[in-house]
Design a protein around this ligand. Sequence first.
Ligand code: NAP
Ligand code: F7E
Length: 340
Amino acid sequence: MKLKKKNIALIYGVTGQDGSYLSRLLLQKGYQVHGVKRRSSSLNTKRIDDIYEDVHEAKNFFLHYGDVTDGQSINYLVNKINPTEIYNLAAQSHVAVSFDLSEYTMMTNALGTLKILEVIKNINPNIRFYQAGTSEMFGASPPPQDEKTSFYPRSPYAVSKLSAHWLTINFRESYGLYACNGILFNHESPQRGETFVTQKIIKGLINIKNKKQKKLYLGNLYAKRDWGHAKDYVHAMWLMLQQKKPKDYVIATGIQYTVKDFINLSAKKLKMPLTWKGQKLKEKAYYLNKPIIEIDSKYFRPSEVESLKGNAKKAKKELRWKPEYTINTLIDEMIAACSE
Ligand code: NAP
Ligand code: F7E
């Protein structure tokens, strides 16, 4: 009997939010998972510590040093591991930071993707490739956004991701690679980085309630986002690589909230009644008669993406994907994890 070749995944960005959920999903599906971590002066593996396997005994989960800006290392790892699938989740993923680190953001997000694509083309064009695209590429295009919506990026981050998006399409069309772009709307979880707005709000409110912090400073309260859960979204990534043909898909919940709505929903769950007073830069939220949320203009971006709401009809139909989480179960889980 001919044995089916084991699925071997190589994940760039394994130490990030999505990398940690994707690793778990693929391990559950029986994959051998190889993750690439960057060298850092302090440990950067806390999100995957519970699935870590000692290097001397590892059977299914392996970590390697690497970086998407280092083409030689990509070449070496792809040759050595011989993966069947590569997921490129590696990025400088913070939109606000991309205005300060524009060159670095382009090098990692755009050139890094190109380097992986070149290695796949040259070493094994049968490797299936997932590129982590983003709703930020729609930027100023009005909602609802789907695969046919025009792109109008509003930050160096969004421009870098749009470049990676088109490179992925170009390599698919030019060399017949099985390469897919996921165009994922915001997705959060207890593993979300602390400087993204949802985690910042939840941690801030809990700290204030527990008297460990006096105030939470935020930027634009009126930006609208379509927030889902990372666990649902990594499932969509995997589904994209299991189809007959490689295509690009929008992944979203189709429901939109403002940042202020997210604060109010979270505060209600934490039993922290808020009263809002003032306008614009002077807008404040009061809890027990004290101002606990204020605006700091340093969190405004040079250009903002005001309104994102995705239409994932294509993914629902072709991938049979649907989100399991709602905004309520997402916030409940983030609060529970933060309160542990
Ligand atoms: P994240 O938590 O910021 O994780 C990013 C990962 O990339 C981390 O593992 C990071 O390593 C790694 N990385 C950064 N620069 C690298 C480099 N030069 N070489 C190798 N690895 C590098 O991001 P996420 O939320 O999991 O998102 C995953 C991907 O989806 C990103 O590409 C992001 O841009 C994209 N995306 C995210 C969302 C969302 O709402 N979360 C939506 C659409 C698209 P360290 O841990 O060492 O920093
Ligand atoms: O901001 C506003 C901010 O940084 C959301 C990344 O994963 O999703 C993420 O990008 C909104 C923006 O996410 C603060 O101006 C107000 O309008 O949580 P965020 P993002 O910029 O939408 C996309 C899909 C990605 O691809 C990215 O990788 O919230 N906002 N006050 C604030 N944002 C932050 N971070 N901090 C504040 O204090």
